[in-house]
Each structure stands twice: as C-alpha cells, then as structure tokens.
Design a protein around this ligand. Structure first.
Ligand SMILES: Cc1cc2nc3c(=O)[nH]c(=O)nc-3n(C[C@H](O)[C@H](O)[C@H](O)COP(=O)(O)OP(=O)(O)OC[C@H]3O[C@@H](n4cnc5c(N)ncnc54)[C@H](O)[C@@H]3O)c2cc1C
Length: 306
C-alpha cells in the first residue's frame, strides 16, 4: 500500500519509478494501478510505530494502518520556491504563479546556492529574461562542488556566454524574516563582508531529510536510527534499518543513508532491492539483495537550449 500526502506529484518516487520533474501530475494519474486496486491512500503519515503508521486523517474508519513490512521513502524537503508549502495542487499552483510574478517584476535576481538547482535556475532565467541581471552566490570554491572540477569550468563558460555573474567561496547571510518581495532594490550580505544589491533573492541552498516520521521509534541501542551527521536513516546494504530491532523496516531513495548522490536512478534500483528482500522475508528466506553502488552522475541543463 502506498501512502502519499500530495494530490499531485512534483518529483519522482523511488517506489513508483515515475519521473516527472517540472510538472505537477494529478494524483489519480500517478499510481493508477495502485488506486484502482485500493492500495493507495492520499494522506500524510504522521509517525511510524513498530506495528502501525499514524495518519493525519481517517482511512476506512481508522487513523492507523497496521503493517508487517514498511518502506520509508519520504525523500527530502527543498527550501521555497522549489519546496512548496501546501499538499494540494490548487494552492501549490497559486503559490508558483505568485513566485513567477515576483520574478517577472524584478530587474535583478540573486540566487543563493551554486549546486544543480541554482545553476539550472540561473541559466534558464537568463535565457528567458536576458535583460535581467542574474548573480549566483556559491559557498564553496567551485560551482557544482560535489562533482569533478571540470564541471565548474563548463558551467563557468556557459555563465560567461550568457552574462551570469557569480561569486564563490562566500555564503549569503539569509535573514530570519527572509527577503523583501515587494520590488525595489535591497542589499544582500555575504559572509566575506561584501554586500550585493538585488531586487529578488531565490534560495537554492539544498535539501533537508524528511526524517520526522520515525521520531517516535525507540532505537534498541544508544545509536540513533538517524545518522546525526546528515539526518538520513541508517540502513544495512539490504536497505533494512540498521537497528536490528527493526529488520522489517526499510528506507529507500533520498531518505536512506546510502552515501550515494541523491538521484532518481539509484532510488529506482534501491526500490527493486527492497521489493526482492521483502518478498524473500515473506517466503521465510533471509533478505540477501544489496543496493548497487553507482558512481555520481547528473543530467544537467545549462539553459533551455544547451
Ligand atoms: C530540482 C531537482 C532536480 C532533479 N533532477 C534530477 C535529475 O535530473 N535526475 C535524477 O535522477 N534525479 C534528479 N533529482 C533528484 C530526484 O528528484 C530525487 O533523487 C528523487 O525524487 C528521490 O525520490 P524519493 O522517492 O526518494 O523521494 P521524493 O521524490 O522526495 O518523494 C518523497 C515523497 O514522499 C512524500 N512524503 C513525504 N513525507 C510524507 C509523509 N509524512 N506522508 C506521506 N507522504 C510523504 C512527499 O510529498 C514526496 O512526494 C532532482 C531533484 C531536484 C530537487
């Protein structure tokens, strides 16, 4: 059974093997077979307990769903605008339209973060709006810092071609109250002591693991179920929780502490491993399939045409 909070699907689900980046899919088209078989529930899972999941609404007369095996595939949360505040499509579309209007009226835009999201957003924006001044601020010495340094050079070449400015080795000091959106110029403070003037800021500062779901589970040892260094769920090579008390619980995709780059391709491969291992356990065998260690790779666009 699939439990999903959204009435639309902005990204891929490792378990669903559907990939729809950049589009909002209708809930009833996401997992059509699951829905017709009555195997999908549109609800937010509030917490996982050893034998059941608590929901935010009733399903078939109860707010609890019991399980023998459970797979946590809650992924990560993005900062706005990429991460949306609401679970429903109407509010999410309205939110994005509002963001589009803010972008349209700004003469200059500063993007905080020079990873894949920041780089793709900068190149798309500059192609759509060549007259706007676009600046990327990246905390590390390189753009796309998780990858080979040659990628920094490729991105830099494209930035120069399009006229995108960038600063590396400095962080944007994001104020707690956020940045103004009413239009008009304001200053953005960087950790290197400089200030940049802009009319709009877009944050592309990364992802936070959606790990709150398992906060009510007690670990059997002093070791936490979550890796304190990064917030991802500790797993075995079989994708079962690392804690021996929870052998029937699995984590898959972005939320699993695999040490791999977070991407749809490794997530899909992991989903197949989980399916085989659960099947083996149901048949009374031991789970032996292990997730593949794929090298880091990315399909990166540098604007709409390149
Ligand atoms: C801008 C961007 C571009 C990307 N481009 C690529 C790319 O080109 N190629 C690539 O391979 N990967 C790409 N990725 C990465 C890819 O999207 C992720 O690796 C993939 O979506 C991870 O899948 P997942 O199923 O683990 O998590 P997610 O896709 O994050 O899915 C988790 C789902 O769980 C739901 N959920 C969370 N908590 C609850 C709850 N409590 N109850 C019910 N439902 C819940 C969420 O709403 C979400 O729909 C990109 C990511 C981003 C942000």
């Amino acid at each position: 059974m699939l439990i999903l909070n959204l009435d639309h699907g902005p990204r891929a689900r490792a378990g669903g093997a559907k990939y729809a980046q950049g589009r909002l899919l209708r809930w009833d088209t996401i997992d059509y077979e699951c829905l017709t078989l009555g195997l999908a529930v549109q609800a937010r899972a509030l917490s996982v307990l050893p034998q059941h999941v608590k929901l935010d609404r009733e399903w078939q007369g109860s707010r609890q769903i019991p399980f023998d095996y459970l797979v946590v595939a809650t992924g990560t949360r993005l900062v706005q605008p990429a991460g949306m505040r609401h679970d429903d499509k109407l509010s999410s579309v309205a939110y994005l339209q509002n963001h589009q209007n803010d972008v349209k009226k700004a003469k200059s835009i500063l993007i905080a973060g020079g990873g894949a999201v920041g780089v793709q957003m900068a190149t798309d924006l500059k192609e759509f709006y060549p007259e706007k001044e676009i600046t990327v601020v990246q905390s590390r010495p390189q753009l796309m810092s998780g990858f080979h340094e040659g990628l920094h050079e490729l991105v830099k070449e494209r930035f120069d071609e399009l006229g995108i400015k960038f600063v590396t080795g400095a962080r944007v000091k994001i104020p707690a109250e956020g940045y103004p959106t009413e239009g008009g110029a304001f200053n953005v403070e960087l950790t290197n002591g400089t200030q940049l003037s802009t009319e709009f800021v877009i944050c592309a500062t990364g992802q936070t693991p959606n790990n709150g779901l398992i906060s009510e589970l007690t670990p059997s040892t002093s070791e936490s179920l979550i890796n304190p260094d990064n917030g991802f769920i500790r797993i075995r090579p079989t994708m079962q929780f690392l804690d021996p008390k929870y052998s029937n619980l699995f984590a898959v995709g972005d939320i699993a502490d695999t040490g791999l780059r977070k991407a749809a391709r490794p997530g899909s491969a992991q989903a197949a491993v989980v399916a085989k291992n659960i099947q083996a356990m149901i048949e009374g065998k031991s789970p032996e399939d292990v997730f593949p260690r794929m090298p880091a790779a990315i399909h990166l666009t540098l604007g709409m045409v390149s």
